[in-house]
Write a protein that binds this ligand. Structure first.
Ligand code: ZN
Length: 134
């Protein structure tokens, strides 16, 4: 398994559109909006060089992101590493005693993703992302 780069930093926000103004209008970054129907999330990706800022807006008031904001306010939600093989990455995490919160499943932009428990990763919710699955 190879860890390639920081794919994105996920930020929990009340309004993706509102938050995107900073990244697009002020910082001049390219943005892309996507709706994840199953997760009831509106996502805006702002491209920063090789990485992205992922603005996460919950469309469900009882959703994970909505609950996160209720508890902590808006802010840093997770860090995502791009890996060459997410299945293998999950296997490696488990073998080393890290709890995986979700088996690999479709993420934004046609990726396959899995999350690792923040209690096992020094308080950082870690997302493993595989792009360009062949
Ligand atoms: Zn993410």
């Amino acid at each position: 398994m190879k860890t390639l780069k920081i794919d994105h930093v996920g930020v929990a926000v009340r309004s993706a559109e509102e938050s995107a103004k900073l990244f697009s209008n002020v910082l001049g970054l390219e943005i892309e909006t996507e709706l994840l129907d199953k997760e009831k999330l509106k996502i805006i990706m702002a491209k920063v060089g090789e990485s992205n800022i992922e603005l996460l807006e919950d469309l469900d008031t009882q959703g994970t992101i909505a609950k996160f904001i209720e508890k902590h306010g808006e802010g840093l939600h997770h860090i995502a590493f791009e890996v060459d093989d997410v299945n293998e990455a999950v296997k490696t995490m488990k073998e080393n005693g890290y709890r995986v919160l979700s088996e690999p499943h479709p993420g934004a932009g046609g990726t396959v993703v899995a999350f690792v428990h923040p209690k096992d990763t020094h308080g950082i919710l870690l997302e493993l992302v595989e792009r360009n699955r062949h």
